[in-house]
Design a protein around this ligand. Structure first.
Ligand code: PLP
Length: 381
């Protein structure tokens, strides 16, 4: 039996999402920019989805700019601030996703000054140090994620946003991992820009949105037909956007039940992990997303462990999707001061609403067998 335990990487689309999308691939294939009945029907699908996504994050539908995903929304937020609004001083946390960190590095290579917000050993942005840096450096743009994709640690976005506003800067929040797992409220968060993505909330891949404060004049990355009120040109991915809308509606209705369910699985897993002396759960003292457990196993190579777990039918990750393709230790763990060897042994389990307690037991059984194997092999040398 296989267990899919990698829901922070992506989720299996909900059947109700797929059902909502199919008519827009089969019959309702009009171009929403047109004026005939089929075009209008596609436009109605877009409008409804915009309302559903806006409702999930407590924003106005006009603030939703649909994109090809979280990566594009992060690029749009930061490049628009620098290229369009002339911002030069940027602060980003040390634990951002590559689609923020790499954009900051790119912008730094083109004249921007970039400073990093440090995190504590628990994987939370060090608020005192952040406030100090914001007062001294006066960043015009700060990018801080709502919750980290690897550890699940929830970040102090409201407090950082307040400090940034006091310096007349703007805050961009990458809420890709928080969305659908904990309440995400654009109106009270104090952010100017916020990134969301459909495929982490049981929606389709390749669809996301940037939520934009009304007063901000967003400079587009893509010019052309003027879709999304000129903020993102390109014929809309109507079926994908409709799927995102449905996924958002379901997330709103089912978030507390889903979170209670995954939190129970997380608790069960962490209880069982206590029996393994070599295991350290990262960011355990932080308030974390209810579905995420990130741990290291002393003396074990994470890539080998994950491949062996995969062979045993357990789909888990070694950290962020991009880091797991390379040989690098997780930048998130290194920023938390975790020893490099332990960081290289990291395994991320991220539950979704379909997972069960039986799968937790299967995973523990598979892990136990692997660790026994590792220790008998190391005894040989
Ligand atoms: N931001 C975070 C925190 C993520 O975890 C991810 C995806 O892993 C992204 C952004 C990128 O989103 P997308 O896959 O929609 O481009």
């Amino acid at each position: 039996m296989t267990a899919y335990l990698d829901n922070n990487a992506t989720t299996q689309p909900d059947e109700r999402v797929v059902d909502a999308m199919l008519p827009y691939l089969r019959e309702e294939y009009g171009n929403p920019s047109g004026i005939h009945a089929m075009a209008r029907s596609a436009r109605r699908g877009l409008d409804a989805a915009r309302e559903q996504v806006a409702a999930l994050v407590n924003a106005h539908p006009s603030q939703v700019v649909f994109t090809s995903g979280g990566t594009e929304a992060n690029n749009l937020a930061m490049k628009s601030a620098v290229w369009g609004m002339g911002m030069r001083r940027i602060a980003v946390s040390a634990i951002e996703h590559a689609s923020v960190i790499d954009v900051a590095a790119y912008l730094a290579g083109h004249g921007a000054q970039v400073n990093e917000l440090a995190v504590t050993a628990d994987g939370i942005v060090d608020l005192g140090a952040a406030q100090d840096l914001i007062t001294r450096f006066k960043p015009q743009l700060c990018s801080l994620m709502a919750a980290n994709n690897e550890t699940g640690a929830i970040q102090p976005v409201v407090a950082v946003g307040q400090a940034i506003r006091e310096q007349n800067g703007i805050l961009h929040v990458d809420a890709v991992q928080a969305l659908g797992k904990i309440p995400v409220d654009f109106s009270t968060m104090g952010a100017h820009l916020m990134t969301v993505s459909a495929h982490k909330i049981y929606g389709p891949k390749g669809v996301g949105a940037l939520i934009v404060e009304k007063a901000l004049d967003l400079t587009p990355l893509l010019h052309g037909g003027g879709q999304e009120k000129g903020r993102r040109s390109g014929t809309e991915n109507v079926a994908g956007i409709v799927g995102f809308g449905k996924a958002a509606e379901l997330a709103q209705a089912e978030m507390s039940a889903r979170s209670a369910h995954t939190a129970a699985l997380r608790w069960a897993l962490e209880q069982r992990l206590k029996a393994f002396p070599a295991v350290t759960v990262f960011a355990q003292a932080a308030t974390r997303l209810p579905n995420t457990v990130f741990f290291g196993v002393k003396g074990v190579d994470g890539e080998t462990l994950i491949m062996n777990l995969d062979a045993a039918g357990m789909a888990v990750a070694s950290g962020s999707a991009c880091a797991s393709k390379s040989d690098r230790a997780s930048h998130v763990l290194l920023a938390m001061g975790v020893d490099e060897a332990l960081a290289r042994s990291a395994v991320r389990v991220s539950f979704g609403y379909r997972n069960t307690l039986a799968e937790v037991e299967l995973f523990i059984g598979a892990l136990e067998r692997q660790l026994r194997l590792f220790s008998s092999m190391s005894a040989l040398f």
